[in-house]
Design a protein. Structure first.
Ligand SMILES: [Zn+2]
Length: 228
């Protein structure tokens, strides 16, 4: 009897496949020759079946930096068109706009000195998608789920700073090569601890505008302070 496939995220029976990174991050239609990684997933964990991926892609593509590029602008415009066509997404977009609305910056005297273009913090929902991507790639790499007593820690880490200030780590990541299914959309570097291969590090760059350093580690080694 064929063994049922297990969900890469929760271990339940898989009925679908989830795309890595989320399809919502790619211009549509996805150009020929671009191959996305997929992992077995149950319906509940599948990101594209939920609004999480749309939310994630909207936050990332909303920045002016992302929209300077064809790919980012195309993703943002498609999401906006979708929002106009689907009034039922109103709740989702209210959440997105709450997170990307420009915020004014005041000087000590109360004079507006500037306007921050984007959000100042990442929501639980945003972080959840990043963690799912790491869990998915971990499954792909190790052919098993991340152990239950492990967590995924995520931190924003701008590439212009990261590659200049972490020489050993950067060299280690670079040695393993870069996974880039489509230029301008997504790049991934990863490495693992030699003695504890489940302790892994992932550097992910989205829409050439935002980058995150993510780590899988035993829960008891990390406290809340390290979370985004
Ligand atoms: Zn699942």
């Amino acid at each position: 009897m064929a063994r049922k496939r297990a969900c890469a995220y929760c271990g339940a029976e898989a009925t679908t496949r989830d795309h890595l990174p989320p399809r919502a991050l790619f211009p549509q239609p996805i150009p020929n020759g671009v191959e996305l990684v997929t992992v077995p997933s149950c319906a509940r964990c599948n990101g594209s079946a939920s609004d999480d991926d749309k939310y994630f892609a909207a936050i990332l593509s909303s920045s002016s930096r992302a929209q300077e590029r064809t790919e980012g602008l195309s993703v943002w415009n498609r999401l906006l068109t979708g929002a106009r066509q689907h009034p039922e997404e109103k709740g989702l977009w209210r959440g997105i706009l709450r997170n990307i609305r420009p915020s004014e910056v005041y000087s000590p005297g109360g004079i507006i000195v500037g306007v921050l273009p984007a959000h100042t913090g990442y929501s639980e929902r945003f972080r959840r998608v990043l963690q799912r991507i790491v869990r998915g790639f971990f499954f792909k790499l190790r052919r098993r789920r991340l152990p239950d007593d492990f967590v995924v820690v995520v931190n924003e880490s701008p590439s212009e700073v990261f590659w200049n200030e972490n020489h050993d780590l950067a060299a280690d990541l670079a040695r393993n090569g870069c996974f880039c299914p489509m230029k301008g959309v997504f790049r991934l570097w990863s490495t693992a601890e030699a003695e504890r291969p489940d302790v892994t590090l992932w550097y992910m760059e989205f829409l050439e505008s935002k980058a995150f350093l993510c780590l899988t580690a035993p829960r008891d080694e990390w406290d809340e302070a390290l979370y985004l």
